[in-house]
Design a protein around this ligand. Structure first.
Ligand code: 3PG
Length: 385
């Protein structure tokens, strides 16, 4: 793929697609990780003397109408604060934008445009006409084949990967395509059904597959263990058994259970064989957490997606905390991604101890599934021009 950092941007009209889809509350950005991650790209383009136009989506607004609630205004203000300069927000930008060299504007939410989601060709061509160079930098949206991520890259005079996208692909490639072994993956979260393809794909690549959360319950049931009234997808037991035949999955030996799912619920540690009919498994137990942590100590590469317990409630956070600390202490190449995972990374304060933290939620999962991200595929196509 062509990379932005290899191009001369001086005086060029450079259209950069970022993923600035961040949480906003009362007109203020509440978590700015994605905005910060895009700063090196933006600064590089500005310093190189480009005429910078930034694109992003925010939320999932209805197309064809302006919706104040999905406006990028809070993002423009926050970005302006981080860059220490004014970031003008342009409402109507499709017909053309005036930007001087070394200056930037933020174009209003791409999802207000009719045809964005269905990758409309006419809309894509309009966007392409705005620029000399299109830079795809939005890893978090690279799994979407939409006009501002995919269509525009087909028609822009030049289409390349920005530094953030390139760094994400490099890190994920290092972890999954050519990993130093042993490679250990931790896949937690509520349901096997939402991560079935991730589990199947990782089963072919990793040396150990650690499962946690509701996902582990289905694997426990598949191994004939009692799961009481825990979240468990009984219809997926055959799929879980197939996966377990392919790769070593260390199952919990003890668990933390409660009689109800609540912040006040009383937590009890039990052996996996002693889970009662009215118990809900809400975390792995301390013995299990030690076993998992020991496996991670031996790993040379660690991929982490999803908490192993209901860590939002303190009494069920022990397992996830121990996983986080094991990653922090490990000198393996480690990569973490996915919404809940990043919340856990923040909560346990290990952000600067993980080798790479992905900005992707759905995109990270699709990469783990072994899928080609359409917005990356189009750049590969264009590189053959
Ligand atoms: C995300 O937050 O995962 C990305 O920004 C993609 O958003 P979407 O799921 O609305 O396409």
């Amino acid at each position: 793929i062509l990379r932005m950092t290899d191009l001369d941007l001086k005086g060029k009209r450079v259209l950069i697609r970022e993923d600035l889809n961040v949480p906003v509350k009362d007109g203020k950005v509440t978590s700015d990780a994605r905005i910060r991650a895009s700063l090196p790209t933006i600064r590089h383009a500005l310093d190189a003397g480009a005429r910078v136009m930034l694109l992003s989506h925010l939320g999932r607004p209805e197309e064809g109408v302006f919706d104040e609630a999905a406006s990028l205004k809070p993002v423009a203000e926050h970005l302006g604060m981080l860059l220490e300069r004014n970031v003008p927000l342009v409402r109507d930008w499709l017909e053309g934008v005036d930007v001087a060299p070394g200056e930037l504007v933020l174009c209003e939410n791409v999802r207000f445009n009719q045809g964005e989601k269905k990758d409309d060709e006419a809309l894509s061509k309009k966007m392409a006409a705005l620029c000399d160079i299109f830079v795809m930098d939005a890893f978090g949206t690279a799994h979407r084949a939409q006009a501002s991520t995919h269509g525009v890259a087909r028609f822009a005079p030049v289409a390349c990967a920005g530094p953030l996208l390139a760094a994400e692909l490099d890190a994920l490639g290092q972890a999954l395509k050519n990993p130093e072994k042993p490679l250990v993956a931790i896949v937690g979260g509520a349901k096997v059904s939402t991560k079935l393809e991730v589990l199947e794909s990782l089963a072919d690549k990793v040396d150990q597959l650690i499962v946690g959360g509701g996902i582990a319950n289905t694997f426990l049931a598949a191994a004939g263990k009692p799961v009481g009234k825990s979240l468990c997808e009984h219809d997926l037991i055959p799929s879980a058994q197939k996966i377990a035949e392919k790769v070593h999955i260390p199952l919990p030996v003890d668990v933390v259970v409660a009689k109800e799912f609540s912040a006040e619920a009383e937590a009890t540690v039990k052996s996996v064989d002693d889970v009662a009919e009215d118990d809900m498994i809400l975390d792995v137990g301390p013995k299990t957490a030690h076993v998992f942590a020991a496996l991670m100590k031996e790993a040379r590469t660690i991929v982490w997606n999803g908490p192993v317990g209901v860590f939002e409630f303190e009494q069920f956070g022990g397992g996830t905390q121990e996983m986080a600390e094991a990653i922090a202490e490990s000198d393996a190449f480690s990569i973490a991604g996915g919404g809940d995972t990043l919340a856990a990374v923040d909560k346990y304060g290990i952000a600067d101890k993980v080798s790479y933290i992905s900005t992707g939620g759905g995109a990270f999962l699709e990469f783990l599934e072994g899928k080609t991200l359409p917005a990356v595929a189009v750049l590969e196509e264009r590189a053959k021009d």
